[in-house]
Design a protein around this ligand. Structure first.
Ligand SMILES: Cc1cc2nc3c(=O)[nH]c(=O)nc-3n(C[C@H](O)[C@H](O)[C@H](O)COP(=O)(O)OP(=O)(O)OC[C@H]3O[C@@H](n4cnc5c(N)ncnc54)[C@H](O)[C@@H]3O)c2cc1C
Length: 385
């Protein structure tokens, strides 16, 4: 690959969010000669989450970043899955596919979210400025710059701002308006909880899945050399839930309320849920926006176009968007108007296809049809910038 060419204009960029999209964008912006600062709400890289999938073009991006081997070495290595009924009887078994990771024989990598982020972060730790435990509180743009205020740091001025701060993006709210107008619950009122608990089932690289008569899903898989279980629970609510997305205790109560009285392994899971700190909860919502940029501010990953966890594509789309946004800025020598237009042209169809996958996969899972599960979306030829 060619050595980084210094950007001609708009060289200082603030990225909000140090996760998959933000770190990938930071790496590639830095690679192309931009001066990058990343602000992250959490005091360090956020731990937790379930296994996520790195697929298709994201594998190419990982390779171009020099981390593909490291990513592969942390693969969950699942060997297959069993579907069980409410009395824990086996109803289906396969060693070709898992619900969480898709086709086992594919080149895709299933990896713990926090391990992927740690690997990506290492590529930028010495070249990108990180402001942890902080958040953007205000954004004001003019013709020449973006003026940003922070919760903890002193106000600063940047040439450009990239919102990579996830489903509940603060950059999106400050620049584009309230979240509600962009949120769509394409897969019904479904919510997902991801829970870390001890491997009380002694599972060895094998996934167990259950779908209850009430439309709730549970899945367990051993991770980190079978020492822990990661549980995912997907439940269907009668109507959209109102909750504080920063209040874990309230979210745990919501999960408990919806799954009390269910069979399978839910009673034990709910017992462990009370005391675990490894917990993540989100609506299976998607974000749909007509435009992903406004002036000098652009969005990447879940902040701009979350495809929802049921698509299995959130991480791949997040990596692709960070890579393409940075590449388009480099190709346009920092001209943000041209670059942001190019970014949207390049990815609009790809994003739509990935968002559609959430609907397709849900229908397949409900029909116990796991063929082609996790097959990446075709149609994106990754440019080299
Ligand atoms: C803790 C956690 C666990 C997850 N677990 C799973 C999972 O198991 N399975 C799955 O499919 N998806 C999971 N997701 C979502 C998945 O990681 C994303 O869909 C995907 O990685 C897209 O990445 P992203 O970088 O766009 O957004 P995210 O990965 O959501 O990252 C957003 C980042 O922005 C940070 N942030 C939020 N608000 C602010 C703010 N005001 N200022 C600065 N930074 C901010 C967050 O702390 C986070 O680091 C999880 C997300 C999180 C945050």
């Amino acid at each position: 690959m060619n050595p980084p060419a210094a950007a001609k204009r708009n060289t200082s960029v603030l990225v909000s969010g140090a996760s998959v999209a933000g770190i990938t964008a930071a790496y590639w912006l830095n690679h192309h000669g931009f001066d990058v600062t990343v602000v992250e709400l959490a005091p360090a890289l956020r731990p937790g989450g379930q296994a996520i999938d790195v697929r298709g073009p994201a594998l190419d991006i990982a390779e171009r970043m020099g981390v593909l081997d490291a990513v592969r070495s942390r693969s969950t290595g699942l060997r297959g899955m069993t579907v069980e009924d409410r009395d824990n009887n086996e109803t289906f078994r396969t060693n070709e596919v898992t619900l969480s990771g898709g086709t086992i024989a594919s080149p895709d990598v299933e990896i713990m979210r926090d391990e992927l982020i740690a690997i990506l972060h290492q590529t930028t730790a010495d070249s990108v400025e990180y402001l942890f435990d902080d958040s953007v509180t205000g954004i004001r743009q003019d013709e020449d710059a973006v003026h940003v205020t922070f919760r903890n740091s002193a106000p600063r001025t940047f040439d450009l701002v990239v919102g990579a701060d996830g489903l509940h993006s603060v950059v999106r709210r400050l620049v584009f308006g309230p979240e509600e107008q962009f949120t769509r619950s394409t897969v019904g009122n479904r919510y997902i909880a991801l829970i870390s608990i001890p491997n009380f089932l002694d599972l060895d690289r094998w996934e167990l899945i259950h779908r209850s008569e009430n439309g709730h899903w549970g899945g367990v898989m051993p991770v980190r050399d079978n020492t822990e279980l990661r549980v995912f629970v997907i439940f269907l609510a009668d109507e959209p839930l109102t909750y504080d997305y920063r209040d874990s205790e309230q979210q745990k109560q919501i999960v408990t309320d919806h799954l009390s009285g269910e069979g399978w392994k839910f009673p034990q899971i709910l017992d462990y849920l009370k005391d675990t700190s490894g917990f993540h909860f989100q609506a299976m919502d998607q974000i749909h926006m007509d435009t992903w940029s406004q002036g000098r501010v652009a969005l990447v990953g879940d902040a701009g176009f979350c495809p929802s966890p049921v698509s299995g594509q959130s991480v791949t789309v997040a990596m692709v968007s960070g890579y393409v946004l940075a590449g388009e800025l480099a190709a346009a020598a920092g001209d943000h108007r041209a670059a942001f237009a190019g970014y949207q042209d390049e990815l609009r169809g790809y994003v739509a296809d990935n968002q559609e996958l959430a609907v397709t996969y849900l229908a397949k899972a409900l029909a116990d049809d796991f063929e082609d599960f996790g097959k990446p979306v075709d149609g994106l030829v990754l440019k080299t910038y």
